[in-house]
Write a protein that binds this ligand. Structure first.
Ligand code: GLA
Length: 658
């Protein structure tokens, strides 16, 4: 039997008098809510003093929700330790790189390496699990919230050293990897090593990168402790934690996604209108790819736009369209932050499913309509956590947080190299053409996609470089953007000409980088910005040239495949023209999104005009026939006959091997 999709949001009832709770549940039922996340920031309310618990209010909330048939994603509230905890354990408060010890009064102020915090986390986790293991409301555990607080204190320093010992074994290997011979940084004792705290001038880039790896691993260890305890006390209840998306990459998502029972993501686009739709598709494809064929969930989004200089409401229909973009890509539902907009507190202006205006509002009517629509779409699996639908992907974009962190490191030749922007551009250009995309780690086994795109992947391991070369030799099309393959995993430049690790497969040798202050016009490809290079051909041919005559875009046939190199930043139309020549172009209508799952197709019209869509059948949401066109802002979900597999490896999300 197919389950309904999950629909709901963060529910923080402790900020409201109890009279409101019954109305909340009635409104949730009206809106078709099936799941709410409860207690994310409730630690101080649940444990007002060490070891003293006040569960009565939460008992009543869970009983009310269960009575309303609403499932609970029960949170472990470790993201916001209570003030009493911080006062008793000041050593567990975050220390910034400048040595400032933060204080309580906000949230996320902790050090994951502090023993007192680790101990207190397990204590509240155990108390919650023991209290609610037999309650019928909880269907899922939600550990913490958007892990992402690095700390530079002495506890963090000790844990960092232990992590480095495991990574390098001995100090000689560390000194070599970090190139400490430069600027007299050689370490002769582990005790000399600290997190990258404030320094007089540039810090060591390899140390900075290792610290980011360490922070990701250390937070993962904290998550895993809670997860293991929850698995022991409540076997069978899935455990998740919500990743923060957008430009803030605090964790290695490939690694983390193997550790969670359910990948869940928070998605807040910074753009508006079509840009928001593009960013939403990008976020959903990332989540789907991290899940690697396993279930995932859009855990948070907002009914309005919250990023950028001013908050603004989503336009009519956008709440539903953004939600469906995620569901189309396999999300098990659509969740929001938060159920009811707060009266006070730091996020009192954050939009909710029930806005300040109350249920008599456009937003709440749209929330109800979305609940009704989702209620008509069966979840993509035959059980809550069996696996998402097969989404067909034709092109892979390489995604690697380590490479992103490296490019955010100190002392690079241009401050304008932006890995995220490069990945988003690759995705956006293909999205506009209707080409289905997934993300892959550079060392993933790459099935025969139509193309693999490499966005400014500064750092690349030997293993990954071999992987990409094998993909091309086997018949693949690789499109590499500038500033890729330059450094090894320790941020050391690969000598002999750029782009070191990819020189051979690309058939070029780059002698010099020439970052651009002003745009340069490339014949046929339009403006080139940010970056240019002195490229020598070494087997490749020039497809486009700089005004001075040097190769700007090159093509190299290798084995049965082709490797392309784009040595500058092109605008979207220039990049699209390169992709059209390289192969992975599509014929979709910009703004009309068609996502095919194994046995149904989602079509979403993000434009303001009626548009043709290659879909016929009966819409699951309205029960009306779809005859090949969609009205402005319209969307449909149409069951289709399961088509015979073309190539079972090609049309499948990559398993997350990492
Ligand atoms: C994140 C957090 C939420 C809330 C929202 C606001 O996703 O998880 O608690 O702060 O941002 O957009």
């Amino acid at each position: 039997m197919r389950m309904p999709l999950w629909y709901g949001g963060d529910y923080n009832p402790e900020q409201w008098p109890e009279e409101v709770w019954a109305e909340d549940v009635a409104l949730m039922r009206r809106a078709g809510v099936t799941l709410v996340t409860v207690g994310v920031f409730s630690w101080s309310r649940l444990e007002p003093a060490e070891g003293r618990y006040t569960f009565g209010w939460l008992d009543r909330v869970l009983d009310l929700l269960a009575g309303g048939g609403i499932g609970v994603d029960l949170a472990v509230p470790t993201a916001s330790p209570p003030p009493w905890f911080s006062l008793e354990h000041p050593d567990a408060l975050t220390v910034t790189r400048d040595g400032v010890r933060l204080t309580h009064g906000s949230r996320d102020t902790y050090c994951v390496s502090a023993p007192a915090y680790r101990e207190a986390s397990l204590r509240i986790t155990r108390a919650l699990a023991e209290r609610y293991r037999d309650h019928r409301a909880p269907v899922m555990w939600h550990v913490h919230n958007e892990y992402g607080t690095p700390c530079h204190c002495d506890h963090a320093a000790a844990a960092f050293r232990a992590w480095l010992r495991r990574r390098y074994g001995g100090l000689d290997a560390l000194n070599d990897a970090w190139t400490t011979a430069f600027w007299g940084q050689r370490y002769s004792d582990w005790a000399q090593i600290t997190p990258p705290r404030a320094t007089q001038y540039l810090p060591n880039p390899a140390q900075a990168l290792d610290f980011r790896r360490f922070v990701s691993d250390e937070m993962l260890a904290h998550f895993a402790e809670q997860r293991d305890l929850l698995r022991e006390l409540t076997p069978g209840v899935p455990v998740t934690t919500n990743y923060v998306l957008a430009g803030w990459a605090c964790v290695d998502h490939w690694k983390w996604s193997r550790e969670v029972d359910l990948v869940s993501v928070d998605d807040y686009p910074s753009g508006r209108g079509m840009a928001a739709a593009e960013q939403t598709a990008f976020a959903a494809d990332l989540a789907r790819s991290w899940a690697g064929g396993r279930p995932w969930l859009l855990m948070e989004q907002a009914t309005g736009y919250v990023l950028g200089p001013r908050a603004s409401p989503k336009e009519p229909g956008e709440i539903a369209r953004h939600s469906l973009q995620h569901v189309a890509r396999g999300s098990q539902g659509a969740m929001f932050f938060q159920w009811r907009a707060s009266r006070g507190g730091a996020e009192q202006w954050h939009p909710g499913m029930v806005p300040h205006a109350g249920p008599d509002s456009r937003v709440f009517r749209e929330v109800c309509a979305l609940g009704e629509a989702l209620g008509r779409i069966p979840a993509p699996v035959d059980g809550p956590l069996i696996g998402p639908p097969v989404v067909e992907a034709e092109v892979a974009i390489l995604w690697d947080e380590e490479a992103w962190w490296a490019v955010q490191g100190p002392g690079l030749p241009s401050a304008e190299i932006d890995y995220l922007a490069a990945a988003q551009q690759a995705h956006r250009v293909l999205w506009r053409q209707g080409v289905a995309v997934c993300f892959a780690h550079p060392s993933h086994d790459l099935p025969p996609y139509r193309a693999v795109l490499v966005p400014s992947l500064y750092l690349i391991s030997d293993e990954a470089a071999r992987n990409l070369a094998a993909y091309v030799e086997g018949g693949g099309t690789l499109v590499v953007s500038f500033f890729s393959g330059i450094a090894d995993e320790h941020t050391r430049i690969r000598p002999g000409g750029y782009p070191g690790a990819l020189r051979e497969v690309l058939g070029i040798r780059v002698e010099e980088f020439r970052p651009l202050a002003e745009p340069v016009e490339l014949p046929e490809l339009g403006p080139s910005t940010v970056w240019s290079e002195v490229v020598h051909l070494d087997g490749a041919e020039a497809v486009a040239r700089y005004p001075g005559g040097g190769p700007a875009v090159t093509r190299h046939r290798v084995g049965a495949g082709t490797a392309w190199y784009v040595s500058t930043r092109l605008d979207d139309s220039g990049y699209a023209r390169v992709l059209a020549q390289a192969g992975p172009a599509g014929s979709g209508t910009p703004g009309v999104e068609v996502v095919r799952q194994r046995d149904r197709v989602f079509a979403i019209n993000h434009t303001e005009d009626e548009q043709p869509v290659p879909v016929d059948g009966t819409d699951l949401i309205t029960g009306r026939p779809v005859d090949g066109s969609l009205g402005p802002g319209g969307y449909v979900v149409v069951p289709v006959q399961t088509r015979p597999a073309v190539d079972p490896r090609r049309f499948r999300d990559l398993p997350n091997h990492r």
